[in-house]
Ligand binder design. Structure first.
Ligand SMILES: Nc1ncnc2c1ncn2[C@@H]1O[C@H](COP(=O)(O)OP(=O)(O)OP(=O)(O)O)[C@@H](O)[C@H]1O
Ligand SMILES: [Mg+2]
Length: 465
């Protein structure tokens, strides 16, 4: 547009200057040369400007296409589609490095307009070690082979090299090394030119940046999974150690009694006493196994709309008469005036949760104190709060109290399954359980559940926990 304007001005200038005026001729020549130089450099600058605009818009197109891709296959697909659109080769291949090896991960036949083919894992497409693709990956230098004779069978890294008349290989450069290689082929010789190489260099830079962030993202997920797995293994180890400990101790005593009885030296009274002890120990082991079983494979229960206020009152009624609660003052603050704390859950199970939290609270206050329970319903959420004035839980134990078999109670007093089972039950009712504790001041457990039928869902109807 501005080019046309410049030309017409110059034509006028030429006409005026071509009338010879002797003293000015040489000066005119100088001016004319200067003008030509100016026009040429202006045209070159303009060319350069257009080129830059084109480069920028290319970068923009590529980054737009890759911006929201966060998965390797989707990324490979997008990369090949972009290259196909921008350069129109006959075929385009993407190779990615995984540890020390290079693999063909995607391919597109542009002329046949087939969808991008994705390869995953080690396959027959594995790149040979001494192919051109590997060389470009290792040396990190792009290669343009403009005219390949039909009879030349190159070891490129793809099968049908005889069909290739020209090709371009580009390393995808990460910060320190090549992440992979892009290969574009055409059956026609001299199809690829240096201008393609330039376009591809721009594309491959943008691709490499996106690829790098995807690879980092994948690595982060892999590390997180590995950590989670090792954490699970550690919990399993602790669980097994807990079972061994809980069952092992009574079992040892039981065997001891059996040995004594075998000697047949005891009086009938002593024998009776030992048999009763054996019975008690066996009963204890049976209870532990039942709790453990309930933890790992809870029996089917009926879900229903349960008023948590009623359940709390029922559990308190049952506990208040117990010896442990004699010195405890229980304060209950529940909504009045017909407001109900309805939650979709299994009644007996939620009562088991309250029972355990309340017994724990009483255990933490052997010399008495206040145990307060507050229940409210706001914004579709039912919340319950159980606070005691007990010894509190040390910070380093807070993370462990929901672990199966974590207990600080004396031998035979607690199995450490109470809160583990409670957490599981609450989770199945789509609720949450949290704890806050201060040494010497007390502990508060916060429970929250979706209000009413809002909690009905995956675990709803007649399902087991
Ligand atoms: N209110 C509380 N105050 C202080 N410590 C608590 C309280 N609640 C739980 N704990 C700590 O958490 C541990 C685990 O509690 P959990 O209910 O799972 O097992 P437990 O009470 O030891 O045994 P179980 O409930 O199986 O008989 C307890 O041993 C105790 O150390
Ligand atoms: Mg307990």
């Amino acid at each position: 547009m501005s080019g046309g304007l410049i030309r017409s001005e110059h034509e006028g200038f030429d006409q005026a200057m071509t009338t010879p005026t002797d003293p000015l001729v040489s000066e005119l020549d100088v001016l004319r040369r200067e003008r030509d130089r100016y026009v040429k450099s202006h045209a070159e600058t303009y060319e350069l400007f257009l080129e830059k605009v084109e480069d920028l818009s290319l970068i923009r197109r590529v980054s737009d296409a890759l911006r929201n891709v966060i998965e390797r296959h989707a990324m490979s697909r997008s990369i090949l589609e972009i290259v196909a659109e921008e350069v129109a080769p006959q075929r385009v291949y993407l190779f990615l490095a995984d540890r020390d090896s290079l693999f063909l991960v995607a391919q597109k036949d542009v002329h046949q307009d087939t969808a991008v083919q994705i390869y995953s894992g080690v396959s027959a497409q594995e790149v040979e070690n001494d192919s051109l693709v590997t060389t470009v990956h290792v040396t990190e230098v792009a290669q343009l082979l403009p005219a390949i004779a039909p009879e030349a069978r190159l070891k490129i890294g793809i099968r049908d090299s005889a069909e290739v008349g020209s090709l371009i290989l580009l390393p995808l450069m990460g910060a320190e090394c090549s992440l992979g290689v892009l290969l574009l082929t055409h059956t026609q010789r001299n199809f690829f030119e240096p201008k393609h190489e330039r376009t591809l260099a721009i594309i491959s830079n943008t691709i490499a940046t996106s690829l790098k962030s995807i690879l980092m993202f994948e690595e982060k997920i892999r590390v997180e999974r590995a950590l989670l797995h090792s954490d699970k293994l550690a919990s399993l180890g602790r669980l097994v150690a807990g079972v061994a400990h809980e069952i092992g101790n009574p079992l040892g005593s039981l065997l001891g009694y059996a040995q004594i009885l075998k000697r047949e030296r005891e009086t009938p009274e002593e024998r009776r006493e030992y048999v009763l002890a054996i019975e008690e120990l066996a009963q204890r082991m049976r209870n532990i196994l039942a709790e453990l079983l309930n933890f790992s494979r809870p029996s089917p229960v009926k879900f229903d709309l349960v008023d948590l206020g009623d359940s709390v009152k029922k559990v308190i009624g049952f506990l208040a008469a117990q010896k442990t609660f004699r010195q405890i003052m229980i304060s209950v603050d529940l909504p009045s005036g017909g407001e109900r704390l309805q939650v979709w859950c299994a009644r007996e199970q939620i009562e088991q949760v309250f029972l355990n939290i309340l017994i724990n609270a009483a255990d933490a206050m052997p010399d008495g104190g206040v145990l307060s329970i507050v229940g409210r319903s706001h914004d579709d959420v039912v919340r319950l709060q159980f606070s005691d004035q007990g010894a509190g839980i040390p910070a380093e134990q807070l993370d462990r109290i929901f672990e199966p078999f974590f207990t600080t109670k004396a031998e035979g007093k607690g199995t450490g399954l109470g809160l583990a089972v409670a957490a599981r039950i609450v989770e199945k009712c789509r609720g949450t359980i949290q704890v806050e504790s201060e040494i010497g001041k007390g502990t508060t457990f916060y429970l929250s559940f979706p209000h009413g039928a809002a909690g009905q869902g995956a675990h709803g109807q007649l399902t087991g926990c």
